[in-house]
Design a binder for this molecule. Structure first.
Ligand code: GLY
Ligand code: MN
Ligand code: MN
Length: 366
């Protein structure tokens, strides 16, 4: 395992000690990856005060030896299930109490483990330990997110240059993924949203066979993955005329986004950043058309903690990377969302994405 993994495990143990949790069974694959560097699946990591043990099966032995040299492995034997293996190792480590990740384990898995651990107290962890650690990105993680932003932006510039009225939403979505992979990305961080005209009123529209030329503008929300890390961007491209309504809605969303970004700095409460954008949009008379949170963390998952949303009382800290993505959605007309990825720095913010945002820059010949 690398130095980063050792550091993360130290931090995890410190948080576990503070919460009086003697051992944690890490079952969520991205959390296992975060702590060990292992990119495979179907493997649990048991972290106690003294032991770090990967519970896995024969398919992953070589991969684990390559990705996590030195990590102790316990391999399921043929016919043995994970709910057989866990008790065997828990007994060997003489643990009487163990916490598991309640957010990622099914009720059936929990019941099977509980049945097989009659003398051990198994309980959901009191906090999402690993997700909380993941909120603050280290230097290497920030470098991967920068790379993911770069692949996404380069792919966008290609599809922008190739923009044609006859292209369908589905074709553009496929081309985004193709370009991301050609530039070196691992793929898309989620299925790209390409929504023409009134379909842009659906914040999470699925790409269809509707053609770009069917309306004046198209909303594109896409992202790339690099080294496991996600980017998440949204832009609008205008092929037809800029109607007064588009100009007004776009202007409101753009200003809301800019003001919210400028409010980002360590110590600011997340709901206050959300409120900057939400109040501006509401004052413009469009408040009821902004029906989602302002942003979310990005990292090993496309949506992760923290959340810039109403009621999020957490404070921003250096190293967090969040999206800022206000939107206004008018059913029957369309929608505008502008989304960028922002790093919280020690003194303020850095916008990691730099595609132009002004409405004039969204106009394309097609
Ligand atoms: N890509 C979905 C979102 O922006 O959160
Ligand atoms: Mn997005
Ligand atoms: Mn997003």
């Amino acid at each position: 395992m690398g130095n980063n993994n050792e550091k993360r495990l130290r931090r995890l143990r410190k948080a576990m000690r503070a919460a009086s949790v003697p051992a944690l069974l890490v079952t969520k694959p991205v959390n296992v990856r975060y702590l060990t560097g292992f990119t495979g699946e179907d493997s649990y990591l048991l972290v106690s005060r003294t032991d770090t043990i990967m519970l896995t099966d024969g398919r992953f032995i070589t991969q684990l030896e390559q990705e996590c040299p030195g990590l102790e492995l316990e391999v399921r034997v043929q016919g043995e299930t994970m709910s057989d293996l866990v008790p065997r190792i828990v007994k060997r480590c003489k643990l009487g109490r163990i916490a598991c990740e309640g957010d990622s384990m099914s009720i059936a898995q929990f019941a099977a483990l509980t049945d097989n651990l009659p003398d051990v107290s198994l309980e959901p962890a009191p906090v999402a330990f690993v997700e909380q650690l993941r909120e603050i990105k280290d230097r290497d993680e920030i470098a991967e997110i920068r790379r993911a932003v770069s692949y996404a932006q380069r792919a966008f510039m290609v599809i922008r240059a190739q923009w044609r009225q006859s292209q369908t939403e589905r074709l553009v979505a496929a081309e985004i993924e193709h370009q991301i992979r050609l530039f070196g990305g691992e793929g898309c961080s989620f299925p790209p949203i390409v929504a023409v005209g009134e379909r842009a009123a659906l914040p999470h529209a699925r790409a269809t066979d509707v053609e770009i030329g069917a309306a004046d503008f198209t909303l594109i929300d896409w992202g790339a993955v690099a080294g496991g890390y996600a980017s998440d961007l949204t832009r609008v491209l205008v092929t037809g005329r800029i109607s007064p309504k588009l100009e007004r809605v776009y202007g409101v969303v753009l200003t809301a986004q800019q003001r919210a970004i400028e409010a980002i700095r360590p110590g600011v409460t997340m709901s206050d950043v959300d409120a900057v954008a939400r109040t501006f949009i509401a004052d413009a008379g469009l408040g009821k058309h902004f029906g989602h949170g302002l942003g979310h963390g990005i990292g090993l998952e496309i949506h992760e903690a923290p959340r810039l949303s109403v009621g999020s009382q957490r404070k921003l800290e250096p190293g967090m990377v969040v999206t800022v993505e206000p939107g206004v959605y008018l059913p029957g007309w369309g929608g505008v969302r502008i989304e960028d990825d922002v790093l919280v720095t020690t003194t303020g913010f850095e916008v990691l994405s730099d595609l132009p945002r002004e409405l004039e820059s969204c106009v394309v010949d097609a």
